[in-house]
Design a protein around this ligand. Sequence first.
Ligand code: UAG
Ligand code: ATP
Length: 482
Amino acid sequence: MPLDQKSVARVLGVEVPPLTGPIVAVTHDSRAVVPGGAFVAINGFTTRGADFVPQAMERGAALVIAEEPIDGIPTAVVPDDRVALAALATELAGHPSHDLTVYGITGTNGKTTSSYVLHAILTAAYGEATTGLMTTAEIIVGTHHEMAVRTTGEATEVQANLARMRDAGLQHVVLETSSHGIHLHRVDGTRYAAALFTNLTRDHLDLHGTMEAYYRTKRKLFEWTDGPKLANADDEWGARLAQEIPGTLTFGAASNADYRIDHERRDGVHTVFELVTPRHGRLKLRIPLLGDYNVHNVAGAAGIALEMGMSPDILTRAVSEMRQVPGRFERVPAAVDRGFEVVVDYAHTDIGLRAVLEVAREVAGAGRLLCVYGAAGARDRDKRPKMGAVASELADVAIITTDDAYHEDPQDIANEVMAGADPANTTIVIDRRDAIDKALREARSGDVVVVAGKGHERVQHLATGDVPFHDTTVVTELLTSR
Ligand SMILES: CC(=O)N[C@H]1[C@@H](OP(=O)(O)OP(=O)(O)OC[C@H]2O[C@@H](n3ccc(=O)[nH]c3=O)[C@H](O)[C@@H]2O)O[C@H](CO)[C@@H](O)[C@@H]1O[C@H](C)C(=O)N[C@@H](C)C(=O)N[C@H](CCC(=O)O)C(=O)O
Ligand SMILES: Nc1ncnc2c1ncn2[C@@H]1O[C@H](COP(=O)(O)OP(=O)(O)OP(=O)(O)O)[C@@H](O)[C@H]1O
């Protein structure tokens, strides 16, 4: 809904210069300005939005919003540019979250998987047409699926997607909520009906500085949520969250967990476990996912679903029938005929890598475990040698390759990973396709090859530019071209 000067001033809480007409849209990107729209000039990590004001004006910006006055341009001066962006985006979209039931999922690892599990339960309970999902892998609006660009988009994208979902008649939306999303005000203005915390391990310290600050950022989701809140009792930060935020329940294997995981065992390519619940007794769940971490992901999502009133029978059926999560322990069908397994997985931290390799080790049984992996550039560097150590410890053959290097030299990143690895079982092959090819050539019947790091992603970000790359496709091409 377009906003006049008075409304914009009310939303921003500051004085707004006279406008020639109502504000019809808002963006932080000068390239996306529309005539009659507002441009928020954000002081970024790499550039200053103020530098792009001329471009925004050329494209017809009716109002500039910034933290400092801009020479010669009537500007609404705000205390925080990203807060202003979110406030205006939410108002223009008509506060869509108020017409939806939004389920927020946060944590270092397991957000996407837990989001898919909860989405599967919601779909079984309320129908595909009324449920939506926003994750790292995909945005799902009812029956329509599209690739996602980031976990939690800018506030303008979050609000536009929520509005799109509301207008399409959706009622239930799972919103994967990253710490970047919270810290950079991308989810300000979103009302959450329920919240889930999976775990907290070292990551993104380049943004947050300390684990304490990282934790406090995630905690905000729980501070905002009035409805059911569930945290992982087996994670020290999850246990702390449950103590600090009144009304928070817990899930996990811990004896005091409200939703307790019991009698977990692997059954072929399924996992079977019991969820001891506060009001529905013991639920026997059989899930097409492997690994203790996935039992946690399912237990958390199931706990939230039950707290929100969904039926245990529908839940039990939904999790047993759920489809494969893109790029999470995704088995490549082309490998099966060759007698070995190739698993594509999004693990890109030492914790994630350990989790996936432990499961793969179990699946390999007497076979060998081969792992192709790398660390991303422009991100928390401390995890690089840790990833090297984990891969050497758990895999028989480890090949370090390029992940998204961004502006960094892939060889430098690989050397930092190698610093923690054991050279006896580790080699470096910089080209990702060549590295995967090497692993596939070495694989013998009964082996498991894990290609870790990029999961569902379809592009590799390199200093020389973005190149199309999808691990599952590359593995399939290499195997079928033999
Ligand atoms: C660290 C981080 O989050 N950076 C985000 C931040 O970038 P920045 O502050 O450096 O922006 P900038 O490039 O300096 O530009 C400043 C401003 O100028 C504007 N600009 C720029 C160029 C131009 O021609 N015109 C123009 O107006 C930009 O739109 C921006 O508003 O603001 C940008 C604009 O909003 C975001 O695109 C960018 O996300 C980048 C792409 C990113 O990679 N973010 C990742 C780390 C991220 O957010 N990840 C989390 C998930 C992490 C996880 O859980 O694993 C996520 O939620 O996806
Ligand atoms: N609960 C968990 N605990 C530890 N590791 C996990 C857990 N769930 C998944 N993983 C590992 O982390 C990888 C990423 O999983 P998933 O995409 O579900 O997490 P995420 O939090 O969404 O990550 P991202 O925000 O980077 O997308 C998986 O491929 C798996 O290796």
